[in-house]
Design a protein around this ligand. Structure first.
Ligand SMILES: [Zn+2]
Length: 481
């Protein structure tokens, strides 16, 4: 105020009123400017609970406001491109060339098809030219069809994984693969700004930061043709890790159900690329089974009259992939190429004889080849006769009686023992499947098992024994083999 008074003392009274008015106007304009800048001056607020009755409403804001009013000598700022990915990732790059190179690197890594499929365009915001949106644009590849052979071998494009030990249905035979769309699945934006020089990353570091992957557990739904190695490869993880994450998987790896959920580790990079493909592929159509009665066979005997043939349908599906992993599949259309041919099974309709022993034995197989007779071989007694037929053929009760054992019996494999009374029993070994259980009464000719090769056995056959008081006899003396 002293200075102002001095100032006034130097001016004429004549102009004093003008100067006072001018100063008043200046203060008004200054205050108006402050309010426009939205500088918030912290207001003391009353606290209802605290003894300290006065608090500032927002401490950080008051400091920010303070910082604005006090000029600070700042470090040298340089122009940069701030690449923001998602909510919490920012990297500063020195120029557009580095920015493009870093984005291109991530694109090539996650597109999972030819890198030429899509290019990155840097689109400037219409309202704010300092804001740039990197956009993926499909190239000529939109028209490009990636053809694969029916075995899944690919002519070009993504790597094909060969499936070991694949059971029906076969892996999809892909006929056409058309890329329909590609875009960044994460919010990506670039802002031009001035930053401290040392905040700028070189392009190599930026590439590493963008593609740095944090692993995350995810559920994977088993698809036709999947096998632990394939699932691991699809999810870019070691097979060992898949086994670790899914207890019990190692023991049953041949029996993974389609549609079953497994836990996998998926890399979660900062930047995600989504790709939509239209796929045309062939899938099998399951055949059904027709049954025909067969009066020549006993009830319970089934034989295949004619084999079924699966049909083929051509499926068009829209598949969305994120960083190369399928996230959704929508079937657009299905067209039957060949109808399936139903298998025809003959079902025995002849009534079984009444239960109980007849005292006469029949061969447990209807048609067979004797592969090893009863007697000594290599110095040991072969206690039964081996007769062979096709895998799954019906094994019949040699005579009526009661089942005393039906189950696994060491080197005999799946075994049935029938007691025919008067100390006479018969044994049927190496079956693939048992059709009876202990305590069950069976008739002669009744189907008791399906032929197999379980236990100590080579090739499908039934090892058939006849015993009297537990002592084996040569079945050929009782049955005309
Ligand atoms: Zn044998």
């Amino acid at each position: 105020m002293k200075k102002i008074n001095e100032f006034f003392s130097h001016v004429n009274d004549k102009y004093r009123n003008h100067i006072v008015l001018a100063m008043f106007l200046f203060v008004c304009v200054f205050m108006y400017g402050m309010s426009n800048d939205e500088v918030v001056i912290p207001q003391p607020v009353a606290s209802e609970t605290s003894e300290d009755a006065i608090e500032f409403s927002d401490d950080s804001l008051s400091q920010e406001a303070l910082a604005k009013t006090e000029p600070v000598v700042e470090a040298k700022k340089v122009h940069a491109y701030l690449l923001k990915i998602g909510d919490d990732f920012v990297v500063a790059l020195k120029d557009e060339k580095d920015l493009k190179e870093a984005l291109d690197y991530a694109k090539s890594k996650y597109l999972n098809v030819d890198a030429d499929t899509a290019d990155i365009a840097l689109v400037k915001d219409e309202r704010n030219p300092l804001v740039i949106s990197p956009v993926l644009k499909l190239n000529k590849a939109v028209e490009k069809k990636v053809l694969r052979t029916s075995t899944g071998e690919q002519v070009g494009g993504t790597d094909f994984v060969e499936y070991p030990e694949v059971q029906w249905p076969e892996p999809e035979a892909i006929q056409e693969e058309i890329i329909v769309d590609a875009h960044f699945a994460t919010d990506v934006i670039v802002v031009e700004a001035y930053v401290d020089e040392d905040e700028i990353e070189d392009v190599k570091t930026a590439k590493e930061l963008i593609t740095k992957e944090n692993e995350k557990e995810k559920k994977y739904v088993v698809e036709p043709g999947d096998y632990p190695e394939v699932i691991a490869q699809k999810n870019e993880m070691p097979t060992e890790k898949l086994y670790d994450l899914n207890p019990g998987l190692r023991e049953r790896d041949s029996y993974i159900q389609i549609g079953e959920e497994l836990t996998v580790m998926v890399p979660e990079p900062e930047l995600s690329v989504a790709l939509t493909e239209e796929l045309v592929y062939d899938e099998p159509i399951d055949f059904e089974t027709d049954y025909e009665p067969n009066p020549d066979k006993y009830v319970g005997h089934e034989t295949v009259k004619s084999e079924g043939i699966p049909g083929v349908k051509r499926v068009t599906a829209s598949v969305e992939m994120i960083n190369g992993s399928e996230v959704s599949r929508e079937i657009i259309s299905e067209e039957t190429i060949t109808e399936p041919v139903n298998q025809v099974v003959l079902r025995g309709s002849k009534p079984l004889p009444s239960r109980g022993a007849t005292g006469v034995f029949i061969s447990p197989l209807e048609s067979y080849v004797v592969t090893s007779p009863y007697g000594y071989r290599w110095g040991r007694l072969h206690k039964g006769i081996d007769i062979s037929a096709g895998y799954g053929a019906t094994v019949m009760a040699s005579d009526g009686g009661v089942v005393t054992f039906a189950g696994w019996s060491g080197s005999y494999g799946n075994t049935v023992i029938i007691d025919h009374g008067d100390g006479c029993t018969t044994r049927y070994a190496h079956n693939s499947e048992l059709l009876v259980s202990a305590g069950q009464y069976v008739s002669q000719y009744e189907a008791i098992a399906l032929l197999g090769s379980t236990g100590n056995s080579t090739g499908p056959h039934v090892h058939f024994e006849i015993m009297f008081d537990g002592v084996t006899v040569d079945p050929a003396n009782y049955v005309n083999f």
